[in-house]
Design a protein around this ligand. Structure first.
Ligand SMILES: [Zn+2]
Ligand SMILES: [Zn+2]
Ligand SMILES: [Zn+2]
Length: 331
């Protein structure tokens, strides 16, 4: 069997891939969040993962070709800390002074004087403050070069001052040191659909084989004695029993990059006891660690370990077959 990248065993990745597979999410659209992170609200909703975790998941999934990405935007970020909350400060191009005046300028072509429009205005007329002549025809004896910056320290005038950027952590740098970060959207790569189907767990087909014995819910939300509602990947009730009764079988699926540990077994035991389930199937991908296995056996759980969804489906069907045939032997 080909080596399965461990990322597929992450619970968050499973949730995300299932949502994409089922069309619940078409495109993962980015949103600017806080100071440094680009979030993907749709993905965050289904996975519960943080923006940082999602960023690494999306990067890895797109490098595996499972997701295809397209650049939808780019933002200037601080070269030191990556923040995109930047303050822009205008400085004189010539002397670096921040003492700049911005305004609509007029240039008196006859004498070359360039100044703010308000300095030319004398009532209805425009009079040059340097040579004292009246400005007559635009384009002939004067022109309007537009909005300019005049330095009050050195008198220099320019259309674009030097820009100094400062992030919220106080890192300061010039325009030339700006780093541009690409902002991407992601969607499922249709060419990888088969792989995704294989790596995303689907219980229905396995459970349907036992529909003459049990009715099932996938996923199952069951209210326990405590009043708390618990979610299970699936649960089975005897067919003859009216709805609302205690489940015959509840299952839990835990995935981990290496080994699922006993805390997951404990949590499942508590949930299963609260809903008063008769039988418990604990599914671990890829496997359960030794302590977890011992504990699950003490709790009388059926343990299913699988590396892929397909393997899991087969093993779950086998366990249900065992439970069904034991059930038949009971008086
Ligand atoms: Zn910074
Ligand atoms: Zn003049
Ligand atoms: Zn200056």
């Amino acid at each position: 069997m080909a080596e399965v990248p461990s990322i597929f065993r992450k619970e968050e990745v499973q949730r995300l891939l299932r949502a994409l597979r089922d069309g619940k999410i078409e495109v993962l659209e980015p949103k600017f969040d806080g100071e440094h992170s680009i979030s993907y609200p749709a993905a965050a909703d289904v996975t519960g993962a943080s923006a940082e975790e999602l960023e690494s998941i999306l990067n890895e999934l797109s490098s595996l070709g499972v997701l295809s990405s397209s650049v939808v935007d780019n933002v200037a970020i601080c070269l030191t800390c990556g923040s995109f909350r930047l303050m822009i400060q205008a400085r004189c191009l010539t002397c670096g002074s921040p003492n700049l005046l911005r305004g609509v300028m007029i240039e008196h072509l006859a004498c070359g004087h360039l100044d703010l429009e308000e300095n030319f205005k004398k009532g209805e007329r425009l009079i040059c403050p340097r040579c004292g002549k009246t400005l007559k025809t635009i384009g002939v004896d004067y022109r309007r070069p537009g909005v300019l910056y005049r330095c009050l320290s050195c008198g220099g005038v320019s259309p674009n001052p030097r820009k100094r950027y400062t992030c919220t952590s106080g890192h300061s740098f010039d325009e030339g040191d700006l780093v541009i970060r690409e902002v991407k959207s992601y969607k499922l790569n249709p060419a990888k659909r088969a792989l995704i189907e294989e790596e995303t767990v689907e219980f229905k087909p396995a459970l349907e084989k036992f529909s003459d014995i049990w009715r099932f819910e996938v996923p199952a939300l069951i209210k326990g004695q405590s009043g708390v509602e618990h979610e299970f990947p699936f649960a089975l009730w005897p067919n003859e029993e009216a709805s609302g009764g205690k489940p015959d079988v509840v299952a839990e699926l835990s995935t981990h990059e290496k080994e699922v540990n006993l805390t997951q077994v404990l949590a499942f035991q508590a949930k299963a006891a609260d809903v008063e389930a008769s039988r418990k199937i604990f599914m671990a991908m890829p496997k359960l660690d030794a302590k977890g296995r011992l504990l699950s056996s003490n709790y009388g759980m059926h343990v299913v370990e699988a590396k892929t969804a397909r393997e899991l489906h087969e093993k779950v069907a086998n366990v249900l077959q065992q439970i069904a045939s034991k059930g038949k032997r009971r008086p």
